[in-house]
Design a protein around this ligand. Structure first.
Ligand code: SAM
Length: 370
């Protein structure tokens, strides 16, 4: 399964849309803001370019897309004001896969530009925002055109289901599971790790061509603190979804073979794995690596207009549904989605009543060597 063909966040502004269910990711953006701020300030102190290339990779659509670039613009504007220098011309590239709702993003640009003019006045340098569809596991921008690259909640998606797990021939290797789990054989763990290594090194190689010497990246994504890829922080969320699917198998609502042939194109790495890939690729210095935890529901309230407040499980299920429904739908069909995520929500509620498991997020600051 090629991610490029099946992954897109739920479009529009309806109940199951990413726009309405991306508060966890929004919280992650705000937690990592200091790292972004310090990285940009360090960059501008070294060299203030006349024209600055900026990219947000995996920008999606919805409120978070413009929040990120608005924060980046604010940081640059305020630093330049402090230095008494004119703001550089900003070339801001918003990247995501081809099926992302770029129309929605472009539709919100006029209001964004107006707000920028109102808040920053006419002495604010020019800002050119463009959409760049394509996979970040490959070249996206011209050579040495980027100064600052950002990505949030996106790099845990692999370019594909690990080779060896993506065909009918592999049915049964990860039986009844949809990601790495405690009971997965070692070959499954190895396939996932190899795919991550291949993808992340290609990501670094591609960016190393595009980022100017001294330029940098701030990347945050789901990972793990433990070196063990079967640790609960890393795979329990997928286990609960697999359980919901297997419950449906036992009731004859989903063919078992469908579950056995689905493996998520996802990998949450640990710090050591990241450090190793950065070292092996050789173009970047890892200036900073931090891990932080976040509640599965982000610890945020999501009002339900029909029934009042939602349970934690329902909030978690809605957040996950907005992200992975397109992928599940293409494999299992659309009809089971409401039932599947209701069962998933119930299982999450039961789990959270016993253990408050959290996601681990990693944020890294990488500087392009000179
Ligand atoms: C959960 S959303 C995060 C969106 C946004 N950055 C945020 O924080 O709200 C993950 C995004 O990564 C995108 N994505 C996944 N794999 C990608 C790839 N290989 N190239 C570009 N974008 C990708 C998805 O399409 C999706 O829009």
């Amino acid at each position: 399964m090629e991610v490029v063909q099946v992954l897109h966040m739920n479009k529009g502004a309806g109940e199951t849309s990413y726009a309405k269910n991306s508060k966890v990711q929004s919280k992650i953006i705000s937690i990592t803001k200091t790292v972004t701020e310090e990285a940009i300030i360090e960059l501008l102190c070294k060299n203030l370019p006349e024209s600055m290339g900026i990219a947000d990779l995996g920008c999606s659509s919805g409120p978070n897309t413009l929040t990120v670039i608005s924060e980046i613009i604010d940081i640059i504007y305020s630093k330049c004001s402090n230095l008494g220098c004119p703001t550089p011309e900003l070339r801001i590239c918003l990247n995501d896969l081809y099926s992302n709702d770029f129309n929605d993003v472009f539709g919100s640009l006029p209001a964004f530009y107006n707000k920028l003019k109102e808040e920053k006045g006419t002495d604010f340098g020019q800002c050119f925002i463009t959409g760049v569809p394509g996979s970040f596991y490959g070249r996206l921008f011209p050579r040495k055109s980027m100064h600052f690259v950002h990505s949030s909640s996106s790099l845990h998606w692999l370019s594909q289901v690990p080779s060896g797990l993506d065909s009918k021939a592999s049915t049964g290797i990860n039986k009844g599971r949809i990601y790495i789990s405690k009971t997965s054989p070692q070959s499954v763990l190895d396939s996932y790790m190899l795919q991550f290594q291949k993808d992340f090194s290609l990501f670094l190689k591609s960016r190393s061509n595009e980022i100017v010497p001294g330029g940098c990246m701030v990347l945050s994504f789901t990972g793990r603190k433990s070196m063990d890829p079967t640790s609960i922080e890393s795979c329990h969320q997928w286990e609960l979804l697999a359980q919901a699917l297997m419950n449906m198998v036992s009731e004859g609502l989903v063919p078992e073979e469908k579950v056995d042939t689905f493996n998520a194109p996802y990998y949450g790495p640990c710090a050591e794995e990241l450090e190793l890939e950065v070292q092996k690729e050789g173009s970047f210095i890892m200036d900073r690596l931090e891990a932080f935890e976040i509640d599965w529901d982000g610890g945020v309230d999501m009002p339900n207009t029909i029934n009042g407040t939602l349970s934690s499980g329902q909030r978690v299920a809605k957040t996950i549904r907005a992200v992975i429904e397109s992928m599940l739908e293409s494999h299992f069909g659309r009809d089971i989605m409401d039932d599947l995520f209701q069962r998933h929500a119930d299982l999450v509620d039961k789990h959270l009543a016993k253990t408050r498991t959290k996601y681990t997020n990693l944020v890294i600051h990488l500087v392009r060597k000179g």
